[in-house]
Design a protein around this ligand. Structure first.
Ligand code: PBG
Length: 322
């Protein structure tokens, strides 16, 4: 049926009707709030490039998580800034490591909050790369050992899900095997499946103190130009046992999110990363945009593209409006 019988504007006349025919609705169920934890007591240290985001000591993170949960946030993902770094990121495997302590404290203060832990070495190595360096580059297979150790240790601390973000080949399989062998066969793995070597991670590296000391991450993170390779990454992760796959960043990669949704039946996450957050906050700080509506539009677009789960620093701001 064509115009004038069909008039698409009819469904747009009243707000109740617009609400009824809306195809994509954001819900608190979709959102995950990232948190940065550091050693110390009663610390809440602002991250310059991410207004409203802080490095928090374990006690502060635990009480903040209780508040988030009471406001409707159901899940957080933790990143650690350790007191001491080493060559391989071994500090991240310690039972008393910073994230292990945070998981335990958060589980005490907000037992129902779902606590995801990022698994990677870049915050824990002196050189800031995501794995063990051999001959000037990150050695894939050696890194699988530290990633597996870190995952088992986080499982022991009580995390609800591990999320490897390193982009080593075979890490999902290695982590799955290590978890299974240690009695954690029910612990899910959310893989950062298509993680691109992106300029949008800049503010995160300030927040997590994880900038590479030399070179860049292009020998392990994906080339932003590649879509077919992302599909191969997804095939690999799913075959190795990933329970959830992820695309990261989100906004410049909505086509990848849609491609994953169309090609795979595995639940899909997207990471609305630090640079995407910082751009919105910077423009809002200058009064150039309406932050609340822009954030709703951004998160809705990520969901419309196909994401079931959205990790976003905006979670703490938008949750009260959902
Ligand atoms: C660790 C990791 C990074 C992010 C999540 N996990 C940084 C990186 O790869 O350099 C980025 C998150 C963000 O920018 O918000 N490997």
């Amino acid at each position: 049926m064509a115009f004038p019988v069909t008039r698409l504007r009819r469904l747009r006349q009243k707000s109740a009707l617009r609400d009824m025919v809306r195809e994509t609705k954001l819900s608190p169920d979709d959102l995950v709030m990232p948190l940065f934890v550091r050693p110390g007591k009663d610390i809440k240290k602002p991250v310059e490039s991410m207004p409203g985001i802080y490095q928090r000591s374990v006690d502060n993170a635990a009480s903040y998580c209780r508040e988030l949960y009471s406001r409707g946030v159901k899940a957080v993902i933790l990143f650690g800034i350790p007191g001491r770094k080493d060559e391989t990121g071994d500090v991240a495997c310690h039972p008393e490591g910073i994230v292990q302590q945070a998981v335990a404290a958060i589980k005490d203060s907000a037992p129902e909050l779902f606590v995801i832990t990022d698994v990677c070495n870049c915050e824990y190595t002196t050189h800031g790369h995501c794995g063990t360096i051999v001959n000037g580059d990150v050695d894939n297979d050696r890194t699988l050992e530290t990633l597996s150790g870190q995952s088992v240790s986080l499982a022991g601390a009580g995390t609800d899900m591990v999320a490897p973000s390193d982009m080593m080949d075979g890490r999902v399989g290695a982590i799955r095997k290590a978890l299974d062998e240690n009695g954690y066969s029910n612990l899910p793995v959310m893989a950062y499946t298509a993680k691109f070597a992106s300029a949008f991670y800049g503010p995160f590296r300030e927040a997590a103190e994880s900038s590479p000391g030399f070179g860049d991450r292009k020998t392990y993170q994906m080339d932003p130009a590649n879509r077919l390779e992302a599909l191969r990454e997804a095939e690999e992760d799913i075959t190795e046992g990933a329970d959830i796959i992820m695309v990261k960043p989100a906004l410049s990669y909505l086509d990848i999110i849609r491609a994953f949704k169309d090609n795979f039946n595995t639940p899909l996450a997207a990471y609305n990363v630090s640079g995407e957050f910082a751009m919105v906050k910077a423009a809002a700080g200058k009064g150039w945009i309406d932050e609340k509506s822009m954030v709703a539009e951004i998160l809705t677009s990520i969901k419309r593209a196909g994401a079931d789960i959205i990790i976003s620093y905006h979670t703490q701001d938008i949750i009260d409006h959902l």
